[in-house]
Ligand binder design. Structure first.
Ligand code: ADP
Ligand code: MG
Length: 689
């Protein structure tokens, strides 16, 4: 057993600073261990007591009869460090330090926390500033907090990891109220040593855990987390995360649009999606989604039947399903006929969805028949049963009928409890029917039940120092940036650089037709802001336009440019933005969105962490509102989406190969031309370290 295993399932526990007074906070851990029937050794440590709760008490850690598997330290921050040092010396595997007043408090506390970690040496540490852990599988509680007093909570197969202790207590009491059982709950607190990922890694392998719910404030080791999440996906154990920080504005880098568009929290979103981790959008979902997943049932498609005995609530659910991308299709003919015969109604009344069984809902036989007909219909992947007020008086009958029907099918059956009836929600959950009380959760729950594809692990592009060799630090100008992108297969405009108006005019003549003239300057990231872009010039117009550009540059006080850029004019197509930046926490990120000068206005963007697979690039396109434009909106020809996906992959390969020196890169706009005509980067920016 590793140290985390020893902590969650110790055979011996030292309780350092235990009090004989069970009414005191320091008296609780021993009492809790006994109350839950811990059958290992309990070793209270306290120099001022002979016995505690009938157990022999030891004067200090050195006097313990053996090396404890786990210890819980109840001393304040002034004495905890010495206790931790003694425990490590005694060979204890892992210790929990409950005290606060460390890194969460102030700088002084931060230093104290480092000293505590140092004192632990090779012993693992949970906390400080934690409320400890509860192992309901084995009836072991290592905590001193009343919030974790688990009176009636059934053991279940959901485990919880929470950085916040208060939230853990909140989840526990809410789950108890809803009849949702847990396997293990751990609060990681300040994470001086063991962090959420350590616990997730352990729980993934825990035989008693099928689903892991996580309350996350921050992530210390993203790479380890990614590995753990992939392992969980491979084992089919879903991870559901509620992550705070959604309101964080993420404008972390200023040069490109990409930085402003890729808020820190959106990068988390992208990472979770890539790993197959389910993100709970509301706190309620953090319990409801795991409760639905723990049944092990999954939807093969996205079609749901809603069975209701109250019209309003059925409509409410159907509406929320529609908003959340879940289909509520009409029953097929065979199912309609079956329902009509069963309920003795005419087919027009019954051939709807939600299926309204107003009166029949009170007759168990008919109710069972209707649920069964819907579950057996090949047109549905799940059934949601609405429990109306009429069921309040006879909860067992309703619950019993649903349980019976569920047992005869493999499809998910969920219950929406419409009136305020916590006892009904509890009863249903206890019987293994996921029950929820907020209609807004319906689509979220159903989406979570869609059988996930195990996310592919894309191949990493090895960094190659040669790629950026010879290029200066800071911003590259448009020509330099696009030349870099083009080496990896990004299609760019035909173009020439020119030193002055005469050279520029000659270049325009060589290109032929209407051209675009731009100022070429590393110092100017947004050229049109200072009159540095002229679209649609003839060669004859170019020299004057060059002079005018230089003049407006002078007026803006900008430094002398490197020269001019003359390029072919691209017509038609959809303007996209393709960007790259480094998230300070989670690493390299690629962004795709609706582009052009209004990119930040539309905020129609999607992100992925690198590396990506081609399937990721295709999914990115699908996620955009602009996907409709690309597919040919209102008579416009469909755009070359294949070429767009190729460009995304080429750009991603460029970013991977460029390595750490590449800070930001952006193509805005990337013109995606009509099908068969490819795509063209008309602008480019790269920022190097
Ligand atoms: P900025 O540095 O201001 O972003 P861009 O090079 O992106 O300058 O040019 C600004 C706008 O001009 C683009 O968004 C695009 O609409 C248009 N444009 C630029 N280059 C071309 C081109 N070669 N063909 C057609 N339109 C262009
Ligand atoms: Mg641009």
């Amino acid at each position: 057993m590793n140290a985390v295993g020893a902590l969650l399932r110790p055979r011996s526990v030292a309780v350092v600073g235990a009090s004989a007074d069970a009414g005191k906070m320091t008296g609780r851990p021993v009492a809790y261990l006994q109350k839950h029937g811990f059958d290992g050794e309990i070793w209270p440590v306290n120099p001022r007591a002979e016995t505690i709760a009938g157990l022999r008490c030891y004067p200090d850690v050195a006097a313990l009869p053996g090396a404890p598997d786990a210890a819980i330290v109840l001393l304040g921050p002034d004495r905890a460090e010495a206790a931790v040092r003694d425990l490590a010396a005694r060979g204890c595997r892992a210790a929990i330090v409950l005290a606060s007043g460390y890194g969460e408090a102030n700088e002084e506390g931060g230093r104290r926390q480092q000293a505590l970690k140092a004192a632990a040496g090779n012993m693992r540490l949970l906390g400080p500033n934690t409320i400890g852990l509860v192992n309901l599988t084995d009836g072991i509680m290592l905590s001193a907090t009343g919030a974790l007093e688990v009176g009636e909570l059934p053991a279940g197969r959901i485990s919880v990891v929470s950085q916040s202790g208060g939230i853990l207590g909140s989840l526990l009491s809410r789950a108890a109220d809803r009849g949702i059982g847990f396997a293990k709950l751990v609060s990681t607190g300040n994470e001086a040593d063991l962090d959420s990922t350590d616990l997730i890694e352990h729980l993934i392998e825990d035989e008693a855990t099928d689903v892991i719910a996580v309350y996350m404030e921050g992530l210390r080791r993203p790479e380890a987390f990614k590995r753990a999440a992939r392992r969980a996906a491979a084992l089919g154990k879903p991870i559901v995360i509620y992550k705070v920080g959604r309101s964080e504005s993420g404008a972390r880098s200023a040069t490109s649009h990409t930085g402003a568009l890729a808020g820190a929290d959106r990068v988390y979103d992208a990472m979770f999606r890539q790993l197959g981790v389910i993100r709970a959008e509301s706190f309620t979902d953090l319990l409801d989604i795991p409760a639905a997943l723990v049944t092990g049932r999954r939807m093969a498609g996205g079609r749901v039947a809603i069975l209701t005995s109250t019209g309003g609530a059925g409509t409410l659910l159907a509406d929320n399903c529609g908003l959340g991308g879940i289909e509520v299709p009409l029953p097929d003919d065979a199912t309609t006929e079956r329902l009509a015969t069963l309920l003795n109604e005419d087919q027009a009344a019954i051939g709807r969805n939600p299926v309204d069984v107003t009166l029949a809902g009170l007759q168990p036989e008919l109710f069972r028949g209707a649920i069964t007909a819907l579950l057996e219909s090949p047109g549905y992947d799940a059934v949601v049963v609405v429990i109306g007020s009429s069921a309040l008086a006879r909860p067992d009958i309703v619950a019993g009928a649903i349980v019976e029907c569920q047992d005869r099918s493999e499809k998910p059956v969920l219950a929406y409890v419409s009136p305020h009836a916590p006892h009904l929600v509890r009863l249903l959950n206890e019987k293994g029917i996921p029950a929820f009380a907020t209609p807004e959760s319906c689509a979220t729950l159903l989406r979570a039940l869609r059988r996930p594809a195990v996310p592919p692990v894309p191949a990493e592009t090895p960094a190659d120092e040669g790629v950026l060799a010879g290029l200066p630090s800071g911003n590259l100008n448009e020509a330099e940036s696009k030349a870099l992108f083009a080496r990896f297969g990004v299609p760019v405009t035909r173009e020439h650089t020119a030193a002055d108006g005469a050279e520029a005019a000659a270049a325009a003549a060589r290109l032929g037709g209407e051209v675009v003239l731009k100022i070429l300057s590393r110092a100017i990231a947004h050229k049109s802001d200072i009159g540095g872009v002229r679209v649609g010039l003839t060669a004859a117009q170019v020299p004057d336009a060059c002079s005018a550009m230089l003049e407006s540059l002078r007026r803006a006080g900008a430094p002398a440019p490197e020269g001019f850029l003359v390029q072919e004019r691209i017509r038609g197509g959809v303007e996209m933005i393709l960007g790259f930046h480094r998230d300070p926490q989670l690493g390299p990120v690629i962004l795709l969105g609706a582009g052009g000068v209004a990119a930040e206005l539309f905020q129609d963007t999607t992100l992925r962490l690198l590396p990506i697979a081609r399937g990721d690039a295709e999914a990115m396109v699908d996620e955009l509102k602009a996907a409709r434009l690309l597919r040919g909106y209102r008579g416009a020809p469909p755009a070359d989406i294949d070429a767009l996906v190729d460009a995304v992959m080429a750009f991603a390969a460029m970013a991977g190969a460029a390595g750490d020196r590449l800070l930001e890169a952006e193509i805005n706009p990337l013109f995606v031309l009509p099908e068969g005509q490819g795509a063209r980067a008309v602008d480019g920016l790269a920022v190097l370290r």
